[in-house]
Design a binder for this molecule. Structure first.
Ligand code: GLA
Length: 400
C-alpha cells in the first residue's frame, strides 16, 4: 500500500502531472477528494435490500480539475497512460473497458439531461492513494469525486445526493456492474468517528458511532487480483433474485430477499437449487447479524460486534463462496490474536483485502505477526495498514 491520501506531496505531484497533461499549465485548477470505504457488517446484502454498516477511510481519490470553454472533456490519471478525450455534450454511449469508464459513467448520469451552457467542458486529472480493485471501493470513490468536481466546476448546484446517485447510475447503467447502493452512499455520506447504517430497502441512513480511540481499521491486502469479480458478482446478484422470486409467495408482504424470514427459508428452501439456497441462507443470516452488530455497537460492545465479523467471514467462505485461501488464512490468523475484535473480507471478495477491527495500541505488533504468518504460508508479504475514518467528499485547498 502506498503513501497517505492527504499528504501535501501527493497533490503537488498530482498538480504537476495534470499540468504536463494539459500542455504545461494547471492554472485555474481546483482540488477535490472522495474517500474509499471498508464494509464491516452487512456483507453482500445491499442488492438484497438488507442493512449494511460500512465506514469511510482516510484514503481515497484526488482529482484536479478546471473548466474549459470549447466543450471538450479530457480525463487522465497518474495510474494509467490511457486518456479520454471527447465532448462533454456528446459522451460515449457505452464503456471502453478502460479506467475512465467510471468517470464517464458518472458524468453521463450527472450532466446528461441538463442544459449545459454553450462550450462548457472540463479537464479532470485523477490521483490519490486508494489501491484499485482491492475491495476498498475505488470505483465509488472515483465516481463520487468526479460528480463533486463536475458539479463545482460547471456550477450545476446538484449537491451530495446527486453525486451519490450519479456514481450509482454510472456504475450500473454505464460500466455494467449490478452493484448495490452501499459503496457510493458510504463514500458520499461519511462522517468521522462513525459508521453509516444504510437501509438498502428504503435508502434511509443514519450514523452509528465507532470510537476511533477504541478501534482502528487494520487492512491487509492479499495482493490477489479480483479477476472473476464482475461476472461472479453479477451471478450472486442473479442467484439472490432467483431465491427471492421462489420464496416470495410464502412470505406475504416481502419485497426483497431481506424480508424473507429464516423459518420461511428453512420450510420452503427445498424449492431452491442447493447453491441458490446457500446464497439465500447467507443473506438471511447476515441480515440478523447486521441488526445484532448495530445493537452491540450502540452498547459499546466491540467484542460481541467483532465476533459477528468472524461469523460473517465463515458464511462468505462456505455459503456465499466469494472468498479465496489467502483471505481465509488472514482471517484465521487474526481470529487468534488478542486485540483483534473481528475480521472479514471487505468488498465483493474473490481476492482483495481483509478488514480487521483492532485495538489501536496493538496495530503494529499484531499486524507484523499476522503478515509473517501469511508469508510463511504463501511465500510473499501481505502489506497492511491502519486507517482512520473520514469526513467525506470535499474540495481541498490548493494554497500552500
Ligand atoms: C461490492 C459492491 C457493493 C456490495 C459489496 C458486497 O463492493 O460494489 O455494492 O455489494 O460488493 O457487500
Amino acid at each position: 500500500m502506498t503513501a497517505r491520501a492527504l499528504d501535501p506531496g501527493s497533490w503537488e505531484v498530482l498538480l504537476a502531472r495534470a499540468a504536463e497533461a494539459w500542455g504545461g499549465s494547471a492554472e485555474g485548477a481546483r482540488l477535490f477528494f472522495a474517500p474509499g470505504r471498508v464494509n464491516l457488517f452487512g456483507a453482500h446484502l445491499d442488492y438484497s435490500g438488507g442493512p449494511v454498516l460500512p465506514g469511510a477511510i482516510d484514503r481515497g481519490t484526488l482529482v484536479v480539475g478546471r473548466p474549459r470553454d470549447d466543450g471538450r472533456l479530457t480525463l487522465g490519471t497518474t495510474l494509467d497512460a490511457r486518456r479520454f478525450d471527447g465532448r462533454l455534450g456528446a459522451l460515449p454511449k457505452g464503456p471502453a473497458g478502460a479506467w475512465f469508464d467510471y468517470p464517464v459513467g458518472a458524468l453521463a448520469a450527472l450532466v446528461g439531461g441538463r442544459a449545459l451552457a454553450e462550450g462548457q467542458g472540463l479537464d479532470l486529472f485523477f490521483g490519490g492513494d486508494l489501491p484499485v480493485g482491492a475491495g476498498l471501493s475505488s470505483s465509488a470513490s472515483i465516481s463520487v469525486v468526479t460528480a463533486l468536481a463536475a458539479d463545482a466546476l460547471l456550477g450545476l448546484g446538484a449537491g451530495r445526493l446527486s453525486w451519490v446517485a450519479a456514481a450509482l447510475a454510472g456504475e450500473r447503467g454505464f460500466v455494467g456492474v449490478q452493484c448495490g447502493i452501499m459503496d457510493p452512499h458510504a463514500v458520499g455520506h461519511a462522517r468521522p468517528g462513525h459508521l453509516l447504517w444504510l437501509d438498502c430497502k428504503d435508502g434511509t441512513w443514519e450514523h452509528v458511532p465507532l470510537d476511533p480511540e477504541r478501534a482502528a481499521y487494520l487492512v491487509f491486502d492479499t495482493g490477489v487480483q479480483r479477476e472473476l469479480a464482475k461476472g461472479e458478482f453479477n451471478l450472486r446478484v442473479a442467484q439472490c433474485e432467483q431465491a427471492f422470486r421462489a420464496l416470495a409467495p410464502y412470505q406475504p408482504g416481502a419485497s426483497c430477499l431481506r424480508d424473507i424470514r429464516a423459518e420461511t427459508l428453512e420450510r420452503e428452501g427445498h424449492r431452491l437449487d442447493p447453491i441458490v439456497r446457500s446464497r439465500a441462507l447467507h443473506a438471511v443470516q447476515e441480515v440478523e447479524r447486521t441488526f445484532a452488530a448495530r445493537r452491540h455497537l450502540e452498547a459499546g460492545d466491540l467484542v460481541a460486534a467483532g465476533r459477528l465479523m468472524f461469523e460473517a467471514h465463515a458464511s462468505l467462505r462456505d455459503l456465499y463462496e466469494v472468498s479465496v485461501p489467502e483471505l481465509d488464512h488472514l482471517v484465521a490468523l487474526l481470529e487468534v490474536e488478542a486485540g483483534c475484535f473481528g475480521a472479514r473480507l471487505t468488498g465483493a471478495g474473490f481476492g482483495g483485502c481483509v478488514v480487521a477491527l483492532v485495538e489501536p495500541g496493538r496495530v503494529a505488533e499484531l499486524g507484523a505477526r499476522v503478515a509473517e504468518g501469511f508469508q510463511e504460508r504463501f511465500g510473499r508479504r501481505a502489506p497492511f495498514e491502519a486507517f482512520a475514518g473520514d469526513a467525506g467528499p470535499r474540495e481541498l485547498s490548493l494554497a500552500p
